[in-house]
Ligand binder design. Structure first.
Ligand code: HEM
Length: 176
């Protein structure tokens, strides 16, 4: 087996775009917009809807990964680095799911479903810092950003330094 299942490849690139979009939008727009700005409701609606979709796709992706055949783990000739690569891949699932869970926890504690999606007309809390999962959500955003940078760095290193064609495993085409 030389490539991942095409549905997994599709989900990988779609989720990459959505997660990077969520990080940029969350850190640069959402967190920078005061809660009394009318635009905040729109930004929260988009961010929360996208986050919930990310969670659903991530769970589907995990199932597809577990039930489809996949290429063997990349071997770069150093057992420790190989293990680190495998661990980093699983850490992505853990951190992204924890990111979504902490986002949902803030939303529930702050009564956001009724305000953001239910049109209750109630005001937003003055800010979200009073809710403990808000701190976890911010810290996880930093961990996720570092993981993505490491992942992209490793991918580029495989592509241009070791030139082992690893990138092709996460692209469409004949699988054997
Ligand atoms: C992978 C999915 C997600 C990513 C990448 C993401 C990313 C972010 C980022 C980067 C921030 C700003 C953090 C900071 O500056 O400290 C943020 C804030 C926030 N996110 Fe998410 N998020 C995700 C999922 C969710 C979900 C599922 C919900 C709720 C349903 C949610 C609700 C919120 C809320 C309420 C805030 C606080 C905004 C504020 O303080 O004004 N997020 N998110």
């Amino acid at each position: 087996m030389t490539r991942y299942h095409p549905f997994l490849v599709f989900l990988h690139w779609l989720l990459a775009l959505m997660i990077i979009g969520g990080l940029i939008m969350g850190g640069n727009v959402l967190a920078e917009t005061p809660n009394d700005d009318p635009f905040k409701l729109v930004a929260l609606r988009m961010h929360m809807a996208m986050g919930i979709l990310i969670l659903a796709l991530m769970v589907i992706r995990l199932v597809v990964r577990l039930v489809t055949t996949k290429p063997p783990h990349a071997d770069i000739g150093n057992a420790r680095v190989n293990k680190l690569g495998t661990a980093a891949h699983w850490l992505f699932y853990v951190v992204v799911i924890a990111m979504c869970a902490s986002g949902l926890a803030i939303a529930n504690m702050a009564g956001l479903p009724a305000i953001v999606f239910g049109g209750s007309g109630a005001p937003l809390p003055s800010d979200f810092s009073a809710f403990p999962p808000r701190m976890a959500h911010g810290a996880l955003a930093t961990v996720l950003t570092l993981l993505i940078l490491g992942h992209v760095g490793a991918g580029l290193w495989h592509q241009f330094v070791t030139k082992d064609g690893l990138f092709g495993r996460m692209w469409f085409g004949k699988r054997s």
